[in-house]
Ligand binder design. Structure first.
Ligand SMILES: *[C@@H]1O[C@H](CO)[C@@H](O)[C@H](O)[C@H]1NC(C)=O
Ligand SMILES: *[C@@H]1O[C@H](CO)[C@@H](O)[C@H](O)[C@H]1NC(C)=O
Ligand SMILES: *[C@@H]1O[C@H](CO)[C@@H](O)[C@H](O)[C@H]1NC(C)=O
Ligand SMILES: *[C@@H]1O[C@H](CO)[C@@H](O)[C@H](O)[C@H]1NC(C)=O
Length: 471
């Protein structure tokens, strides 16, 4: 198996023309804009997908499973050819190439996921994937620089790279190395308190990193005092900027003063991670203001379900980092924790909107595309078990598979050139992990799915189930 991958790399170097058709992003696929022009950002599927009928039998047809499997293999080949382990991104500045957002460690994580997902069904292929994960993480680790140590997140920052390295080396049986990378994640706590408070760069993303590791290892690894120290800092930041009625507001101190309700840069990401710190849920003041802030998001929800961001220009976005898809997991988790029906109602409306307008022209990316929109709906499904959401997810995937500009390797469009071949941004690279999860878990094990860069949260409020998410 390993041999064939080596052949593939060599083939890519000596006979580029033979793989030309797979190099979609170099053939005009990458548009150079982060957003299609005009106001319409979605594929209109109203006349294609039948409305969900109550008690309808929901299943994922074999025909589409076969097509999805073929696409996984094709996209893996595209990744190996276009972005091999030593691939250097070209971002036009000195942003590191090895973070999850910009690429190389996200590919290591994808191959590690494929290893996990195929362990039982195809051990030989699984070993091949684990070896690829090793090659990619070695490439990432070579590029580690401490120049950007103030970035402490999973997506943007070295902690994400270290966490991925830890689980890959543990899977390879090297527990000494695995522990060394856990220690490198822990080091953040011994540094001066960060001013980065968003999910993409700061504390909430660091919390996900800790959770990712503790969920995989299924044991406490980090000091609770330290976690609470960081949680308090994050909460106090929102509290110090709060509205008169107690709504927490998180303006960004850096790089500008955007205030957002979205996941990547705004309140959704902070609330979602704060609600998973058990000590936070013990603090009455914190709970009160967290609830007020979720109420604020509900108050801003339009009758059609969109939770319009307060960040100017982002009001209509329907993607993981903005709008209804951002709000869906926050409302869903609030419902799970606090049990109030108003959260379920808000989550249902947001998921409905995400279904209606969430198959995006931008592609299958996770950060800004269709794949994460589907994951957010499946998250609500895993909490409610309402088959409607599973229906939404399957039908969105079927529609995408039938749409060449979204999924055909020769025709698919990539709107996010910054993260070319990043499994968090890029259309094909993101679809690998998303499709693998669909194929492995859609028949009743949806709670085992986890999204690259966002994760399936471990819900420490009922930690005994945590390990099933990442095992
Ligand atoms: C992927 O590449 C391998 C190695 O060259 C090849 O055997 C396989 O057929 C390719 N798969 C697809 C779907 O193109
Ligand atoms: C709860 O959190 C608030 C805000 O950070 C803090 O001022 C307060 O001391 C905490 N209460 C307890 C009992 O820890
Ligand atoms: C708090 O104030 C803001 C701004 O006036 C408002 O939009 C929001 O709905 C209020 N929150 C609640 C829970 O009423
Ligand atoms: C969900 O969206 C459909 C359009 O597909 C709309 O007819 C329906 O009213 C929406 N449901 C809710 C609860 O808003």
């Amino acid at each position: 198996m390993l041999k064939s991958s080596v052949t593939l790399f060599i083939a890519a170097f000596i006979s580029v023309s033979s793989v030309q058709s797979l190099q979609y992003a170099k053939n005009g696929g990458c548009t150079g804009y982060d957003q299609p022009p005009g106001d319409k950002m979605y594929y209109d599927h109203f006349n294609v997908i039948k409305p969900y009928q109550d008690k309808e039998q929901v299943y994922f047809d074999q025909k589409y499973r076969d097509l999805m499997s073929l696409r996984v293999d094709q996209y893996v080949n595209m990744t190996l050819i276009n972005a091999p382990p030593d691939f250097k991104c070209d971002l036009g500045d000195d942003t590191p190439c090895n973070w999850v957002f910009t690429g190389s460690s996200s590919r290591a994580l994808t191959f590690w996921k494929l290893y996990q997902n195929t362990k039982k069904t195809n051990p030989a292929k699984s070993k091949y994937y684990l070896d690829l994960a090793r090659q990619y993480i070695e490439g990432s680790l070579k590029d580690i620089s401490d120049k950007y140590d103030d970035f402490i997140s999973f997506i943007n920052g070295n902690p994400g790279v270290y966490a991925i390295a830890s689980v890959i080396y543990d899977s390879l049986g090297d527990s000494t190395k695995a522990q060394q990378f856990i220690d490198k994640v822990d080091v953040v706590f011994s540094k001066p308190m960060t001013n980065k408070i968003d999910y993409d760069d700061g504390i909430p993303g660091y919390f996900y990193t800790l959770d990712f590791l503790e969920t995989y290892y299924d044991r406490p690894l980090f000091s609770r005092d330290n976690v609470m120290r960081y949680a308090s800092h994050l909460f106090d930041y929102g509290y110090n900027h709060k509205l008169e009625n107690g709504t927490l507001i998180f303006p960004e101190p850096f790089p500008d003063t955007r205030t957002s309700l979205g996941f990547g840069r705004g309140a959704a990401g902070m609330l979602f991670r704060l609600m998973q710190v058990p000590e936070v849920l013990q603090n009455e003041t914190m709970v009160k203001h967290i609830k007020l802030t979720i109420d604020y998001m509900i108050a801003r929800q339009r009758p059609d379900g969109q939770v319009a961001d307060i960040q100017p220009g982002m009001e209509e976005r329907v993607q993981w980092c903005h709008g209804a898809p951002s709000a869906t997991p926050v409302f869903a988790l609030a419902y799970k924790i606090f049990g109030d029906q108003k959260y379920l109602l808000a989550a249902d409306l947001a998921a409905n909107y995400t279904f209606n307008y969430g198959v995006l022209l931008k592609g299958m990316g996770l950060c800004h595309g269709t794949s994460s929109n589907i994951y957010m709906i499946l998250y609500l499904y895993s909490i409610t078990k309402d088959p409607k959401y599973k229906y939404f997810a399957i039908e969105m995937h079927k529609f995408a598979l039938d749409t060449p500009t979204l999924t055909d390797p020769e025709k698919m469009m990539s709107w996010d050139c910054v993260g070319q071949y990043s499994s968090f941004i890029d259309t094909a690279a993101s679809a690998i992990a998303t499709y693998s999860d669909m194929l492995t878990y859609i028949d009743g094990q949806e709670e085992n799915m986890w999204m690259i860069g966002w994760g399936k949260i471990s819900h420490k409020t009922e930690n005994q189930h945590a390990h099933t998410f990442l095992e």
